[in-house]
Design a binder for this molecule. Structure first.
Ligand code: UD1
Ligand code: CA
Length: 471
């Protein structure tokens, strides 16, 4: 720790997340709604943690235990028993921070595009100005429903007025309250005690602490931002979509700058945490979701949907859906393949057109090129499952396993009735229904023998002629 650091007051962060999110019209807490596959609150927590505060307290409602599941280690939860407004929520946060003296940064859990640099800049401004409160503001072309910053003639902040409580003149103000603040804890505590609910919503507004601090003789300063994106709050699903689009663009830009070609960013969707290797080409209309990882020098898309999929290097995936699977290096998938959970395609394997594979391992360089269903199977290496093969794995009660060895060549339209094992180097004849094990190196023929009825066409034509003559 440098000497400069030792002089700094200690810092705690309170993140407000208890609101009902009424405008979301949802049964889920608002802050758990996802932005690029991740609860919006998690982004705010990340931003908070990046300034290395001593403590981070997330204020939630008593009925929001689901939020517990996403709190990282070192993050505490404070419960706001009744939703009496943002001022009351901070009070609940300070209760959890009992005995803490220093600076308290307050962030709202529904402003997910904020990042660590932004929060650090706010903190710096607060330390520079040595005020009792520093509030983040921004001028917007459309200040919408945000709280307005009222300044005096000298340009100093006088108070914040909520949109719904503002006079027509105050609504003309285009500088708004972003909802990120740093307060001196010992100044804030008494101000919160003085809050009153004489406003349109009957709530205790944190924003009213500003004029109460000024009235008590404290200095209040502002951190003026020009980054609209960082300041965007989510109150409805319309705003959620706007924020998602912005985050998606950020994630795609990060990938592109790391060496990934994104053919059409407009139609490419990536979740937070998705990794893609360099020189990979992502074609249009592709979704890479969940914990998906794509290796280097791959081509994915157009028209792919991957969720929790791992794809190795140099693989090619075209117009396919992949879920919870591992696609080895150099594999080829699609067009129009459906790769379901617990499937592993080993290096150089292929799952081709109209192929569905579930809970199976396809060995090195083995191919399932066309129109097949493979479920609960283990296929060895360099085998070829011909067109239209089916593993009949389900008897209506239980799933059964199929084992296929190395260098096996099944014939087209083979139905493999599990449980069954086909040994190494074996063949099956086209159209066979395999119900018994096939020993290594043998050919299984399990179909009717072909019978040719000679002279049939001539006899058929003669019969027709006789019938016509009788009429
Ligand atoms: C708030 C600000 C407004 C600002 C805007 C920026 C107040 C009174 N108003 O308005 O000036 O322009 O944010 O986005 O602060 N919460 C609780 N407990 C409660 C109420 C809310 O924890 O009792 C939490 C919510 O979960 C949310 C945050 O506080 O994360 C803000 O509450 P919200 O109701 O969304 O306030 P806004 O109307 O957006
Ligand atoms: Ca809000």
């Amino acid at each position: 720790m440098s000497t400069a650091d030792t002089k700094r007051p200690s810092l705690a962060v309170a993140i407000l997340a208890a609101g009902l999110g009424t405008r979301m019209k949802s049964d889920r807490p608002k802050v758990l709604h996802e932005v690029c596959g991740r609860p919006m609150l998690s982004y705010v927590i990340d931003a908070a943690l990046s300034v290395s505060p001593e403590r981070v307290v997330v204020v939630t409602g008593p009925d929001q235990d689901a939020i517990n599941d996403i709190l990282p280690v070192g993050c505490e939860r404070a419960v706001q028993q009744e939703r009496r407004g943002t001022g009351d929520a901070v009070r609940a946060g300070l209760e959890a921070l009992q005995g803490f003296s220093g600076d308290v940064m307050v962030l709202y859990g529904d402003v997910p595009l904020v990042d660590g640099d932004f929060v650090a800049a706010l903190h710096e401004r607060h330390l520079e100005d040595a005020a009792a409160a520093t509030l983040t503001t921004i001028e917007l072309d459309d200040p919408g429903h945000y709280g307005r910053i009222v300044r005096g003639e000298d340009g100093q902040v006088v108070r914040i007025v909520e949109h719904r409580d503002a006079s027509p003149e105050e609504r003309e103000i285009d500088e708004i309250n972003v909802g990120m603040y740093v307060f001196r804890a010992d100044a804030l505590r008494p101000a919160l005690d003085k809050l009153e609910s004489d406003n349109d919503q009957g709530e205790l507004y944190l924003t009213d602490a500003v004029h109460l601090l000024l009235a008590a003789g404290h200095a209040v300063t502002s951190f003026e931002s020009d980054d609209e994106e960082m300041c965007m709050g989510v109150n409805s699903r319309v705003e959620l979509a706007v924020v998602n689009a912005a985050m998606r663009r950020r994630l795609l830009e990060r990938l592109m700058l790391a060496g990934v070609t994104v053919e059409d960013p407009e139609t490419t969707f990536v979740d937070y945490g998705v990794e893609v290797g360099r020189d990979t080409l992502i074609r249009a209309s592709t979704h890479l979701l969940g914990r998906t990882t794509v290796g280097a020098a791959c081509e994915v898309g157009p028209g792919c949907f991957l969720r929790d999929a791992f794809v190795g290097d140099r693989a090619r995936v075209v117009s396919s859906h992949l879920y919870e699977c591992v696609i080895g290096s150099g594999c080829s998938v699609g067009p129009f393949a459906y790769i379901r959970p617990n499937t592993v395609l080993a290096e150089g394997a292929k799952a081709g057109t109209f192929v569905e594979i579930k809970n199976s391992r396809i060995g090195e360089r083995s191919k399932v090129p066309h129109l097949s269903y493979v479920g609960d199977a283990v296929v060895g290496k360099e085998s070829n499952i011909a067109a239209g093969n089916i593993t009949a794995n389900y008897d209506g009660y239980e799933k059964h396993a199929t084992t296929i060895g190395d260098r096996v060549r099944t014939g087209s339209d083979t139905t493999i009735v599990a449980p069954v094992t086909i040994g190494d180097d074996a063949f099956t004849a086209a159209g066979s229904v395999i119900t018994r094990d096939v020993p290594a190196g043998s050919l299984a023929v399990a179909r009717e023998q072909q019978k040719n009825v000679e002279g049939y066409a001539e006899r058929r034509a003669a019969r027709r002629l006789r019938e016509q003559q009788q009429d």
